[in-house]
Write a protein that binds this ligand. Sequence first.
Ligand code: DLL
Length: 440
Amino acid sequence: MSKLPEVRYWSKEFETIDRPSLKKLQVKRLKETVSCALKTSFYKARLKKAGINGPEDIKTLDDLEKIPFTTKDDLRECYPGGLLSVSLEEVVRIHTSSGTTGTPTVIYHTGADVDRWTDLVARSITATGAGRKDIFQNMMSYGMFTGGLGLHYGAERVGMTVIPIGGGNTRRQIQLMHDFKTTVLHITPSYMLHIHSKTGECGFSVNDLNLRKAYLGAEPYSENTRRKVESLFNIDVYNSYGLSEMNGPGVAFECVYKCGMHTWEDAYILEITDPKTRESLGPEKEGEIVFTTLTRKATPLLRYRTRDLAFVHGGECRCKRTHRRLSRITGRTDDMLIVNGVNVYPSQIEEVIMRVPQVGNNYQICLEKEGTLDKLIVKVEIYSKMFRGDLGEIEILKEKIKTELRAAIVINAVIELHEPGVLPVFEGKAKRVIDTRQKL
Ligand code: DLL
């Protein structure tokens, strides 16, 4: 791993813009966004009620507070065309969410919207030190999911050699990584760990690969998982955050210093708000991420509540970018589990199990009812050599994980240890939590 990272910029002027100028730019773009939004009946009614009839009602960033929040339910109610603010002829692309949890949400893009998104991705890739010499294997699925196409266009703009394989087909992935000497991967953390499990089976070791970096995102993962992937593959891992409502990937990305994700504030206004009081929070205080698009014309979104929880790092980054750094996503306002009255986030469980060296590449969190009580079962794959040794060691390991979990989450979990390959594998976003309690 590199010791003294070289700092490169894609659009230095914007990336290192001084904060007062950035704020001025944000006000200008917010006015334009409000104008755009007012073309939809949804925002026209919403903004009018809030006393905003035109861009002239936005004078400073403090005026943002007058704007009501937009929620996922609002987007669903507007499905399919209620938030489209240009004529359909101007639209070149549509992305929708999968709709597995209800009506899908839809985001329309004009050609210029896609172009600006591509530029943000190119900027993000360059911030990690990658460039024209890199071979980029994009293991995120293409299609309505934004992970595939989003990075694809940005990588091509940077001039990388792109392998657009998409998700799945693990053997072929590994073979291509080997044959084309892939240097950079884009992949979910869970699939990355699976790739590691399968590399040996395909007749390769990580030393046969030419991998240097991986962009991991699209699902939550802990700092311990980052470290684990870095040491398993001997590469640098960069966190990448985004959501389809804000285009997709390329909203916030780590630079070579890997100390939080620079959020591209010339394209998005970032707010951290208290999920209960809605009060705006300062640096280092965790709350819900709220975004306002600043450059998107086809589907402007104002103060969109992401339900993702994080905080903004204080201080400046050594790379000299002035865009604030978002912490790792610590959970979602809707993924908190309540186990016998105790609140716990899946990320807290992952943090503990992924620091145990014997733990392999997969785990699952199950919640069941036992009588009137909740039972938390943490199923963990461990390296198979453990099963060949003294079985007493397995019992000791179980106890160790149980004790460490209890110390972190104050819950007595049942620990199940499994051989590799037993738990379900996901080629896209992993489904880690199986909660059957409601069904009883
Ligand atoms: O997952 C966009 C994306 C693709 C981001 C590829 C990064 C890489 P959605 O399918 O709309 O879009 O899901 C967005 O995924 O609100 C978070 O809850 C979660 N998420 C995305 N990136 C991260 C991350 C894409 N780095 C939802 N860490 C978001 C934790 C993440 N959670």
